[in-house]
Design a protein. Sequence first.
Length: 133
Amino acid sequence: MQCASRQFQFLLDEPVSLGGKDSAMNPVEALLGTLGACKGIVAKSFARMHQINLKNIRIEVRGELDTDGFTGKNKEAKIGFSKITTEFFIEADNSEEEIAAFIAFIERTCPVADTIKNTPILETSFHLENVLA
């Protein structure tokens, strides 16, 4: 699938086992990457304001997903992630308390995290194009 926003584009795919060509990340992998990237951007954007001497930051985001849910193999399984965890690796000249407060700020301020935590209203519509008569 080709995705576009403004002048940018990226591809998403699925592994061969799920009917894709395994040519790119799948949508749920991209969601985790997007969440980590958003937290990293918030950290870099606000570090100076919070007096954090941020020398380096690495963020690992993992999700627990039972593929039997969305493949229909298990009707009881959750379709999406059941758990998402974030692990920060920070190099800074600050105390543990200062870093913990800064991480709490990142978690409160990240728009992607907020969207996941506080589910927005989802609306769907469709338009038939090139319908054969």
